[in-house]
Design a protein around this ligand. Structure first.
Ligand SMILES: [Zn+2]
Ligand SMILES: [Zn+2]
Length: 365
């Protein structure tokens, strides 16, 4: 199957366009023009339609050219090879890449055929925070961490932070729960010379349904699940109908975890939330232990969305450390090592003068 990549060119000067989160528009670095997503969509609608058809059916060379068609061949290790529409360099992408930028000319490119049919996202949550915000947040995160290896804080490395549209499944569904508890209430009182403790036993039952909307679970194998979960919450009020016009300037992947596979995690989350909600209503007893529970989400619907994440991976001592920032809210997560080399330098830096002071005191005594 042939495939192609597109870059969005400035209608005024043909320079490359980038989607800019702060303005929510596609901007040209060369002449400063900017365009709304709708304007670019309209401009490229014909081209994209042609591209789509060409991508699916490998149509005539004419249509292919109209669609800025660039052939690829399947490389080793599941890599796909595209040629950059701007400079002609060969781009190696893995099978899930849907948007990237050319390492030679820096121009943003999109692979529209990655979004055919079933693989077309329903929504995209556009980036709101730009690279400068991500770099500033990362520097602030590193600030004061004196023991951090230099591999992390090097300016050139920090500049490698990339905005990635991560594929997510958003689940809607209804949990029905029916939980029975054995509960007790205890009363003590004195009667004559006796101290009496009275225990009442209760059969407590809680049953009901809870509706969930947009429970997220990432659809990418290469993204660590706990990290993606920690980036929540996203404000889904700002979801837009999917368009590739939000992608130029960012990386984007298509899902490689199916909705059914991802649903397991989402259903488990919804069920444990429901159990916690039920448990929270059983106050007022001395003890309350669940004896039986039936909690299930028998049906759900899944929407496919691309969500914005700034990411930086740092290799250090044969381990990869990931830093990520929610591209909408700025929420940060990351794990950092401590460099023992710098730790010892720090230790002696403090311990050395301290030992000298102690020695001086002892000498004076
Ligand atoms: Zn321009
Ligand atoms: Zn290029």
């Amino acid at each position: 199957m042939p495939s192609q990549i597109t870059n969005y060119q400035c209608p005024a000067c043909t320079g490359p366009l980038h989607f800019v989160g702060s303005s929510g528009r596609l901007e040209c670095e060369y002449c400063g023009s900017s365009y709304s997503v709708q304007e670019i969509e309209a401009l490229y609608a014909d081209k994209e339609e042609a591209a789509e058809q060409a991508g699916v059916q490998a149509q005539s060379a004419e249509a292919a050219q109209a669609a800025e068609e660039y052939s690829f061949q399947q490389g080793a290790d599941g890599l796909k090879v595209y040629s950059c529409p701007s400079c002609g360099a060969e781009l190696f992408c893995d099978e899930t890449t849907a948007a990237t930028s050319c390492p030679y000319c820096g121009n943003p490119t999109v692979v529209p055929s990655q979004f055919h049919g079933q693989r077309k996202p329903d929504f995209v949550l556009p980036f709101k925070l730009d690279k400068a915000a991500a770099v500033a947040a990362l520097k602030n995160y590193y600030k004061g961490k004196k023991l951090l290896p230099r591999a992390f804080t090097d300016q050139n490395h920090i500049e490698e932070i990339r905005g990635v549209y991560v594929p997510f499944w958003l689940f809607d569904g209804r949990v029905s729960a029916d939980i029975r508890y054995a509960a007790t209430r205890v009363r003590s009182f004195t009667s004559g010379k006796y101290r009496i403790t009275e225990t009442d036993h209760f059969d407590v039952r809680r049953a009901g349904t809870l509706d969930f909307r947009r429970i997220p679970a990432d659809g990418s194998k290469k993204m660590p699940d706990p990290m993606m979960d920690s980036l929540e919450p996203f404000d889904y009020g700002e979801l837009k109908p999917f368009s590739t016009a939000y992608l130029p300037g960012f990386l984007a992947d298509i899902y490689d975890v199916s909705a059914d596979e991802a649903a397991e995690r989402a259903v488990r989350r919804a069920c444990s939330t429901s159990i916690a909600e039920m448990n929270a209503t059983t106050g007022g007893y001395a003890s309350c232990t669940p004896v039986s529970q039936r909690v299930e989400m028998p049906r759900f619907t899944a929407h496919y969305a691309l969500l914005p994440v700034w990411m930086l991976a740092t290799r250090w001592n044969d381990k990869t450390y990931l830093f990520a920032m929610n591209g909408q809210t700025g929420k940060l997560i990351g794990d950092l090592p401590v460099s023992m080399g710098r730790w010892w330098a720090w230790f002696f830096g403090i311990a050395g003068p301290l030992a000298a002071v102690l020695a001086a005191i002892l000498f004076l005594m």
